[in-house]
Design a protein around this ligand. Structure first.
Ligand SMILES: [Zn+2]
Length: 125
């Protein structure tokens, strides 16, 4: 499910940018270097080849076909988007973020349904 922007603070973009900068644009889980916004793909691929050869060459599953694999995201460790304490935030590449969130998927789906006004069975009269 996509993120519900209204559950995040107004300055979420600034908070997330700082977390990514603090992580030097690398995933804190797997160490993968990620592409900063505005960096052209070819430039990113070249820098990757020079600076992080272990992540190069980009395979058929890599940058060209799935550029989101090199997108850095910010995860809430407790899954609460309103808890933006630095200790609760972690810079993760998209695949690591998906794996992390999968652990909470069922609970999150319920929370998001409630956010959109769907009642729980136990709430029914
Ligand atoms: Zn990762």
């Amino acid at each position: 499910m996509p993120m519900i922007r209204a559950r995040y603070p107004e300055n979420w973009d600034e908070i997330a940018l700082q977390v990514k900068e603090d992580a030097n644009w690398c995933c804190t889980q797997c160490g993968k270097p990620c592409r900063k916004p505005g960096v052209e793909r070819l430039h990113f691929a070249f820098c990757l080849m020079i600076t992080y050869p272990e992540w190069f060459p980009i395979t058929s599953e890599g940058e060209e076909e799935k550029p989101q694999r090199f997108t850095l995201t910010v995860a809430h460790l407790d899954q609460d988007p309103q808890n933006n304490h630095p200790d609760n935030l972690n810079a993760l590449c998209a695949p690591c973020h998906l794996k992390f969130d999968a652990l909470f998927r069922k609970a999150n789906a319920s929370t998001k349904q409630e956010w959109f006004g769907q009642m729980k069975l136990e709430d029914l009269p």
